[in-house]
Design a protein around this ligand. Structure first.
Ligand code: NAD
Ligand code: WQD
Length: 338
């Protein structure tokens, strides 16, 4: 297939582009490089032995999108592009709604104009909000708790309305849990700009000597070791989930929702100790105050993705840490200077 991937230079995007190239698809990436580097695409091409076309453009720019659709005639879209920092979204909500929601509307309008009606969208477990019991199931009522999460919820609504309005649309809403890890080659991986917001990139930067110690946000939760539980998923498993969703969509119009997670909860301290095992050395940490907005524990019920897509996670927490560490150790400054 010919697939247009928005945000394809980013963390999850670059791993998915590699998976798609390896499966023989033709890929065109549209990315404004606001949170990524073209080097990720060069390395994905090196690993795959063939390259994706690249269009540097913003998804809010409909004329640029139209030009990309005309030049590359994609048959489907995987839509990763967007801003993703929860804390930042509270301070600059308009940027988030514009980039994520207006950007998606621009993309969908351009898709309609070019008769492309198959889309896989990056949603998030964050849409389940604070009122649902864990494990999360797709049919639960959603209700995000912050502007970032609400952009995901609003885009899910827009896509659901679009699918209901016209039976020619094939739409997958993929709710990712906590993506971590890197390609096992150590050539591509997550490259956060500034201070990492997320747990595993922070641990990795402590391990490589860029930061002094991990702050564990809260040790007094009602969980087995007092720290929060999350459902971590290897980014390569996540990339495979996109390929599986695309295959399913080919035969199934309508709007479909799937959790992409492992179904298991891992605590902050368990993750830290698994990373220490990968590194072979202790990682300094300190238990500090809770972070506002964190939920004590949640994980996926991933049974719908298994039943419909034949997809489930294959990689353990140990592999996530080993692969993340290989990437960080080989690229201590990420893609900088390459
Ligand atoms: P990322 O920041 O590495 O990738 C996003 C990419 O989109 C970047 O390459 C960035 O340059 C590009 N981009 C942003 N705004 C754009 C715009 N207006 N026009 C064109 N390109 C733009 O993030 P990621 O972790 O790879 O996440 C990919 C998607 O998955 C995002 O939509 C994110 O919200 C979603 N998601 C991520 C996680 C996570 O923890 N990483 C969890 C759930 C959902
Ligand atoms: C995991 C655990 C922290 C950093 C976020 C978004 C969510 C989704 C995935 C996009 C929590 C603890 C973290 C640190 C810590 N993204 N922690 N010290 O919060 O589950 O989910 O990313 O859709 O929307 O909210 O992930 O990696 O930030 O935190 O102790 O320096 O690690 O408190 O318990 P989270 P995370």
């Amino acid at each position: 297939m010919r697939i247009l991937v928005t945000g394809g230079a980013g963390y999850i995007g670059s791993h998915t582009v590699l998976t798609l190239l390896e499966a023989g698809h033709d890929v065109v990436v549209v990315d404004n490089l606001s949170n990524s580097s073209e080097e990720a695409l060069r390395r994905a091409a090196e690993l795959a032995g063939r390259e994706a076309a690249f269009v540097r453009a913003d998804i809010t720019d409909e004329a640029a999108l139209d030009a990309a659709f005309e030049a590359h005639s994609p048959e489907a879209v995987i839509h990763f592009a967007g801003l993703k920092a929860v804390g930042e979204s509270v301070g600059i909500p308009l940027e988030y709604y514009y980039n994520n929601v207006a950007g998606t509307i621009a993309l969908l309008r351009s898709m309609e104009r070019h008769g492309v009606r198959t889309i896989v969208f990056s949603s998030s477990a964050t849409v389940y909000g604070e009122h649902n019991p864990t494990p999360y199931i797709e049919k639960m009522e959603i209700g995000a708790m912050n502007p970032y999460g609400r952009t995901k919820e609003q885009i899910e609504d827009i896509l659901s309305d679009l699918g209901a309005s016209d039976g020619r649309w094939h739409i997958a809403l993929l709710r990712y849990f906590n993506p971590v890890g890197a390609h096992p080659s150590g050539r591509i991986g997550e490259d956060p700009q500034g201070i990492p917001n997320n747990l595993v990139p922070f641990i990795a930067q402590v391990a490589v000597g860029r930061r002094e110690r991990l702050m564990v946000f809260g040790g007094d939760y009602e969980t087995p070791d007092g720290t929060c539980l999350r459902d971590y998923i290897h980014v390569v498993d996540l990339a495979e989930g996109h390929a599986a969703a695309l295959r399913y969509l080919q035969a199934h119009p309508g709007v479909h929702r799937w959790n992409l997670g492992s179904g298991k909860g891992t605590s902050v301290l368990e993750m830290l100790h698994a990373f220490e095992a990968a590194v072979g050395a202790p990682i300094p940490y300190e238990i500090t105050a809770r972070r506002a907005g964190d939920l004590p524990a949640f994980w996926a019920d991933p049974s719908a993705a298994l039943a419909d897509l034949g997809w489930s996670t294959t990689k353990s927490v140990a592999q996530m840490c080993e692969d993340h560490w290989r990437w960080q150790k080989n690229n201590p400054l990420g893609y900088q200077n390459s």
